[in-house]
Design a protein around this ligand. Structure first.
Ligand code: HEC
Ligand code: HEC
Ligand code: HEC
Length: 341
């Protein structure tokens, strides 16, 4: 069905137009309503794998996952369909469908896509997430999410300590991006070949519920995990602070702020926000090699550009050096010692 799909433009705008002015034939049973109004985004199989998917962020909901079953109560679905989900392509249908039609299509979705025959026997989301975590992540991130012991001496940067990180700082979206694509220049590898989208969501949700912010995190005098802040740049590079400073103020301050606090003029329009280099978390983690790699490779899923495309090694080291000694590690003693190792 929905042969519209094959020549459907990706642009969400065109999509909206078609839906808004589209056929309004009496759609009395759930399957018909679904086909007519929902399948174009959510798919014939309810898994959200449609051609328009690529153009939409967030993508249409996949109703077939354990996560969907867990999160989407009938009531919540009715609310979402009626009022839409602001800021997403999920539009309100209150003007187009009667309350009864909304309830019917929701029941259709629940009966058709959310039964999870095979998976029904399996415990939902968090159990799946835990299973995946133990299998794929614990080796580096540790049983408690604070980083396995061996990584502290062997990985640079080491894994983030989830228990000392808040869910505001490390958004779900960013985590999904990091797990999907990895973090270039670090041991955090990409999992998109090994895990499906719903599996990545499940493991991320497990990490979020089980670990994030769970330590007595407010004990900064005793950070559970610190990076060796004296590590030098790769390739024997030494950064020139003065040159880096000019470059920073011309090119980075607009997002990261003149004082490195992540509050430059452009920051209000950006999500996730530019990194605040003076935050405790950044100060624990962003040593020279980490800064160098981050500036060179950028951060996928954020507007942080990959400067390696336009800057040479030395220029990367210059600006990273400036960020390091000015914002991340400004204590004068440390600075002196680090400047003249
Ligand atoms: C233009 C594309 C589009 C169409 C058409 C569409 N949806 Fe959605 N839908 C989305 C997107 C995108 C999301 C994800 C929103 C989010 O992540 O918050 C979503 C999410 C949902 C959710 C989950 C909301 C929640 O609370 O998390 C439900 C339920 C849903 N859609 C039902 C429907 C039904 C029923 C229809 C047809 C009447 C429909 N959608 C039509 C794009 C669409
Ligand atoms: C080989 C070791 C290793 C494995 C295996 C690993 N990680 Fe990581 N992970 C890391 C390191 C190292 C970092 C820190 C990267 C950085 O500082 O940018 C990290 C960072 C992260 C981050 C934070 C990224 C960010 O945006 O700051 C998340 C989330 C994460 N890992 C989740 C996972 C999950 C989930 C798994 C399992 C599916 C996993 N990791 C497996 C080493 C690993
Ligand atoms: C268009 C806005 C923008 C510009 C310009 C920009 N950044 Fe970023 N930067 C970001 C965002 C957004 C993040 C991601 C923060 C997050 O993921 O929480 C980021 C993250 C970073 C990080 C942290 C990486 C990590 O692992 O946490 C570093 C270091 C960084 N930027 C340095 C720079 C430097 C140096 C420049 C200039 C050469 C620069 N940025 C220019 C927006 C920008």
């Amino acid at each position: 069905m929905v042969q519209m799909k094959s020549h459907f433009p990706l642009a969400a705008l065109a999509l909206l137009t078609v839906i808004l002015v589209g056929p309004t034939a009496a759609a009395d049973d759930g399957a018909t309503v679904y086909e007519q109004y929902c399948a174009v985004c959510h798919g014939d199989k309810g898994d959200g794998q449609t051609r328009v998917r690529r153009g939409l962020s967030p993508p249409p909901r996949d109703f077939t996952t354990g996560l969907a079953r867990k999160e989407l109560s009938r009531e919540r679905m009715i609310t979402s369909v009626t009022h839409g989900r602001p800021g997403t392509a999920m539009m309100p249908f209150s003007g187009r469908l009667s309350d009864e039609e909304v309830a019917t299509v929701v029941d259709h979705i629940r009966a058709t896509f959310m039964q999870g025959e095979a998976e029904a026997a399996r415990p939902v989301k968090l159990v799946l997430g835990e299973e995946l975590y133990v299998r794929h992540c614990a080796v580096c991130h540790g049983d408690q999410g604070s980083g396995a012991m061996w990584t502290r001496s062997s990985l640079n940067p080491p894994p983030r300590d989830f228990s000392a990180t808040s869910g505001v700082e490390l958004t779900r979206e960013r985590m999904i991006t990091s797990v999907t694509h990895g973090r270039p220049g670090t041991a955090m590898m990409s999992f998109h070949r090994r895990l499906s989208g719903p599996e990545i969501e499940a493991v991320v949700d497990y990490v979020r519920t089980s670990f994030l912010g769970k330590s007595a995190a407010a004990a900064p005098s005793h950070p559970p995990l610190t990076v060796d802040m004296t590590q030098p740049f790769p390739k024997g590079l030494r950064g020139d602070v003065a040159k880096g400073g000019h470059f920073y103020q011309d090119n980075c301050a607009t997002c990261h702020g003149e004082q490195g606090e992540g509050n430059g003029p452009r920051s209000s329009f950006i999500s996730p926000k530019p990194r605040n280099f003076t935050a405790a978390e950044a100060r624990q983690r962003l040593n020279r090699p980490a800064l160098y790699a981050a500036v060179r490779d950028g951060l996928r899923g954020t507007v942080m550009p990959a400067w390696g495309k336009v800057l040479g090694d030395q220029e990367l080291a210059d600006v990273a050096e400036y960020v390091f000694v000015t914002f991340v590690h400004p204590h004068s003693e440390g600075k002196k010692k680090l400047d003249q190792p």
